[in-house]
Design a protein around this ligand. Structure first.
Ligand SMILES: [Zn+2]
Ligand SMILES: [Zn+2]
Length: 245
């Protein structure tokens, strides 16, 4: 699989970077976008990734920096791309209502529009494995604001697995959830413990040996983490980082 980090900042664009989005090209050529932020549309253009290459948008939770870019992407697919291929938006239970409400609130409402392609919403139930487009997706519970219906995601395609924490604070089952993934993408917002619903480097570095995963890449970096990028013992993502799994 080919993985491109479209956005790697925390919620507020720390370090001048874009918010969370990761593009995965599966071995069969299908595309999955993990999270879709308000800054994702410009990121895709900047990185030369066509919106048409995305078959599935898989959402980790309903914070704006992870899902508020969906309406814009849908409208651009309609007006700019004249898209015909189906687009699936997969996410926590309630995903369709959340996306539609967000679209209405920001003036990009979807109701009443004649989309020239099928827009399908898929709910990812807790701890179940679902085949969605080119990938097999499984979710796991994480420790983040409960009202945002947060979960982490494991994506499998072509015999390779990517585990993505989404946003989360530390919880004891986290290593097991990332275990054995060929690529584990873990949030690390802070350098030192600051807030129970986000991870920090001190906590992670101390416990990272428990992950027993392949390559571990830290993302969702806040200001102090963005400043330390490249100087830490663990790999930190940057916008545009591309790798193969
Ligand atoms: Zn976030
Ligand atoms: Zn969040």
């Amino acid at each position: 699989m080919k993985v491109v980090f479209v956005g790697t900042s925390d919620a507020f664009g720390a370090g001048g970077r874009r918010q969370s989005a990761i593009f995965v090209e599966t071995p069969g050529g299908g595309g999955v976008l993990l999270d879709c932020a308000p800054t994702t549309a410009s990121g895709l253009v900047a990185l030369g990734i066509e919106r048409q290459a995305i078959d599935v948008i898989a959402l980790s939770h309903f914070h704006a920096d992870h899902f508020a870019g969906v309406p814009q992407l849908v409208l651009a697919s309609m007006y700019e791309d004249r898209r015909r291929r189906p687009l699936v938006v997969a996410g926590p239970p309630g995903v369709e209502a959340r996306v539609r409400a967000a679209a209405d609130a920001i003036g990009h409402g979807l109701a009443g529009r004649e989309l020239p392609f099928e827009l399908r919403f898929v709910e990812l139930p807790p701890d179940e494995v679902v085949d969605v487009g080119p990938a097999r997706l499984a979710t796991f519970p994480v420790h983040h604001q409960p009202e945002t219906c947060p979960h982490g995601l494991r994506l499998e395609a072509g015999g390779r697995t990517i585990a993505y924490s989404g946003d989360t604070g530390w919880f004891d089952a986290l290593p097991a959830r990332l275990r054995s993934a060929d690529l584990a993408i873990c949030e690390c917002t802070f350098l030192a413990p600051s807030f129970e619903y986000h991870l920090d480097y001190e906590t992670l570095a101390e416990r990272a040996s428990r992950f027993e995963c392949g390559r571990l890449v830290l993302t969702h970096l806040g200001p102090a983490m963005a400043e330390q990028r490249g100087r830490l013992a663990h790999e930190t993502a940057d916008d545009g980082l591309a790798l193969r799994v």
